[in-house]
Ligand binder design. Structure first.
Ligand code: ATP
Ligand code: MG
Length: 567
């Protein structure tokens, strides 16, 4: 049990909440929200925000809202909304009855705008967008007041109501907060609160011809929803003074506090919906759920478990410092989870036939194979063995180097769960390619049987030639050739760093027959080859497609470390 009152080892946000609860602020309530904009699928960065907001609510006996940020009227894309809900659930969180939309608050936000106008704290400006930019000044020069800044309250109210009624075209007027055109923080130079946009909104239809700007909508929604701690990423730090100005100047039922934390970035992945969308548009991946994408849907299809993604995000921690975390750290979390939970099976990706000259023609037998080396409770299965098997092409070499402990002419090797075999002949085609290896097997060396202890150096995996099934297997590599494809260098964009070899398809791998009956989404370890998952989308009954989730060991760690050191 963790004690939620103990600050030791807690991140700075949880420490703030503990202090707030101790001082009685918000009467001990903790209410958070995860506010995605439904304009793409969720990615690994969003997972951090989800784990933080929903996690904090859970730990402090609070509540967390899933609030769709639909302030931007766009063509309805129900697919994004559905995928976001499915992903949050899959990650193990539940908003219960707290599913909201920024548009649910449009009436309340409008009332707040009217109140600000009535109090002389907001005005309707009629400068063009370009003029507004000019008047805004720069980081080094103050802005100047719009000629419309001193309009009377009545005139502002009249114009704003007519904006709402649809009397003006887009861009003719905007509603602005009256703060300070000379403020050092540009966000306080009379920011826009409402703009005219005569477009249909996916939820409110044509009820509105004006829409609140993000900062205004977000602040008021937080306050109306009863949010106590409004957690967002660091780029909103400069917006906090505006957040507070809005709260200071309105009499809202609740005063949330905005707290910023640093974004999570993962090396060899990108976390920008716009850039991920570009990969899809350019046909570089098959969609948002391509198993190479750093989206939740992509990672799920790739076979990453929800537990391992949560562990990764939790280990990454919550800080104010920008960070680029190695993909290897995520993969290690996946390995750890699957090592514990994935049953072991055998598969051969690049089959080479082996014939046992001393095994009876047409004979077969079953060999017992443990499903997990450390978990006997997961039981065992019987795998078919016969006169002909397949082994991995790489596990045989006609002319091997000295330390090659797999199969070689005249050499011996143990078959996993089976016998010690000896190579007696090598068959090649006219081009010199090895097509078949002839062996003898030693019946006295059956795995697990008394007297079978005779030792040889190597053990290799295999499947029965007649009983195994041909399946498609996909092997993935990093999607990008550099650790940080997002960093703009020499005018290059992310697409210039695409790894052309990020997908390798094996059409005729051979697997144990029992695998054909497994459910899509099921995980296994192919012994010596890595962890695999049955693809939930491309598999058909009787024809599973396997994705390699991750290799058994991290072959990338060194390369990645070297590349990150260069950044
Ligand atoms: P993108 O740049 O991909 O469009 P966004 O921040 O605009 O991301 P939203 O849908 O607005 O996407 O994000 C919802 C929430 O997730 C926000 O509170 C945002 O701060 C948070 N979030 C987005 N990306 C990250 C990230 N890389 N790390 C942590 N939190 C993130
Ligand atoms: Mg956003």
């Amino acid at each position: 049990m963790t004690d939620t009152h103990d600050t030791v080892g807690k991140d700075f946000i949880r420490q703030i909440i503990i202090a707030d609860n101790a001082s009685g602020k918000h009467d001990g309530n903790v209410v958070t929200r995860f506010p995605p904009e439904p304009n793409g699928y969720l990615h690994i960065g969003h997972v951090m925000s989800i784990c933080l907001n929903f996690g904090i609510a859970r730990e402090f006996n609070g509540r967390c809202y899933l609030r769709f940020d639909d302030t931007n009227p766009v063509k309805e894309d129900q697919d994004f909304v559905d995928s976001i809900m499915a992903d949050v659930r899959w990650l193990g969180f539940d908003w219960e009855d707290r599913l909201t939309h920024a548009s649910d608050y449009f009436d309340g936000i409008y009332d707040c705008a009217i109140k600000l106008i009535e109090d002389g704290k907001a005005y309707v400006d009629s400068l063009s967008a370009e003029q507004i930019r000019e008047y805004r000044g720069t980081l080094t020069e103050p802005g100047k007041n719009s000629p419309h800044r001193e309009r009377s309250i009545d005139m502002n109210l009249d114009l704003f109501r007519r904006m709402r009624a649809g009397e003006f075209a887009d861009g003719v007027h905007v509603l602005r907060a009256k703060i300070d055109m000379a403020a050092a923080n540009m966000n306080l130079r009379d920011p826009a609160l409402y703009r005219i946009r005569k477009v249909n909104h996916q939820r409110t239809g044509d009820a509105w011809g004006i829409y609140p700007m993000y900062d205004f909508a977000h602040t008021v929604s937080d306050a109306l929803e009863g949010i106590t701690h409004s957690l967002c990423t660091l780029e909103f730090e400069d917006h906090r003074p505006l957040y507070e100005w809005i709260l200071d100047n309105l009499d809202l039922p609740n005063r949330p506090r905005q707290i910023e934390f640093s974004r999570l970035n993962v090396a060899y992945g990108i976390t920008s919906k716009r850039k991920l969308a570009a990969l899809i548009e350019d046909g570089l991946v098959s969609g948002w759920d391509d198993p190479r994408m750093p989206t939740v849907a992509g990672m799920r299809r790739r076979g990453y478990t929800s537990q391992s993604i949560r562990n990764f995000v939790c280990n990454a921690g919550v800080t104010k410092k920008d960070k680029l975390i190695e993909m290897g750290a995520l993969e290690n979390c996946v390995r750890e989870d699957l090592n514990e939970n994935a049953p072991r099976v055998m598969a051969v990706l690049n089959p080479l036939k082996v014939v046992f000259l001393n095994y009876p023609e047409g004979g077969t037998e079953l060999l017992a194979a443990a499903n997990h080396p450390n978990r006997p409770e997961l039981g065992s299965r019987d795998i078919p063995f016969g006169r002909e098997i397949f082994i991995e092409h790489d596990d045989f070499m006609a002319d091997p180097p000295r330390k090659f402990f797999r199969l070689r002419p005249e050499g011996e090797v143990r078959l996993r769960y089976g016998y010690i075999i000896k190579c007696v002949d090598v068959i090649s085609d006219e081009a010199g390619n090895i097509t078949e290896v002839h062996c003898t097997y030693d019946p006295d060396t059956k795995s697990g049987r008394p007297g079978a202890e005779r030792k040889v150096k190597g053990t290799i995996h295999w499947v029965s030639a007649s009983e195994s099934v041909a399946v498609k297997v996909r092997l993935f590599d990093r999607m990008f050739t550099v650790a940080n494809p997002d960093a703009n260098r020499d005018g290059k964009t992310v697409t210039d760093f695409i790894n052309p070899n990020s997908l390798d398809v094996v059409n005729e791998a051979r697997v144990e027959p029992a695998l054909v009956g497994m459910e899509p989404g099921a995980h296994v370890q192919f012994e010596r080859l890595g962890y695999f998952v049955i693809d939930a989308k491309d598999s058909k009954p009787g024809h599973p497609v396997f994705n390699r989730v991750v290799t058994l060991r991290d072959s990338w760690a060194k390369i990645e470390k070297a590349q990150l050191a260069e950044i």
